[in-house]
Design a protein around this ligand. Structure first.
Ligand SMILES: CC(C)(COP(=O)(O)OP(=O)(O)OC[C@H]1O[C@@H](n2cnc3c(N)ncnc32)[C@H](O)[C@@H]1OP(=O)(O)O)[C@@H](O)C(=O)NCCC(=O)NCCS
Length: 98
């Protein structure tokens, strides 16, 4: 049974976390946070993400990205034209050992 999903891509100088989602009837039980913590441990470089729910990711240790790595794909790869770009933040989390 599928409970939650997340995608992590290790790029040249950074990693990109995307597609984080928990099944609607299982949200609010700590699954999302546990999944993000687990996936971030697989990253080979600092993890970046774009999100409309920054508070969830801040609780997992992410903070505002001050600058964007050159190999980080732009928001437009998600084709989220129906979304509000002004509300979409880029957050990052350094590697644990950095
Ligand atoms: C966002 C999502 C992944 C969170 O997963 P979850 O399993 O419900 O979250 P958790 O139970 O692990 O919550 C961890 C903490 O984040 C908080 N939190 C969860 N969702 C939040 C949200 N949308 N906004 C702000 N805080 C949120 C919780 O209150 C909890 O805080 P606490 O530790 O102080 O109690 C899930 O709600 C989801 O799949 N939403 C729809 C898809 C989505 O928006 N994905 C993100 C795309 S970038």
């Amino acid at each position: 049974m599928l409970v939650a999903v997340a995608e992590l891509k290790n790029l040249d100088t950074c990693s990109l976390l995307s597609c984080v989602g928990v099944r609607a009837d299982l949200q609010g039980r700590g699954i999302g946070q546990a999944l993000v913590e687990r996936v971030v441990r697989e990253a080979l470089s600092p993890v970046y993400l774009y999100t409309l729910v920054p508070e969830f990711f801040r609780k997992a240790g992410f903070r505002d990205a001050e600058s964007l790595p050159p190999d980080l794909p732009p928001r437009s790869i998600y084709g989220c034209s129906a979304c509000d770009p002004a509300l979409c933040l880029c957050l990052m989390k350094p590697r644990e050992d950095s």
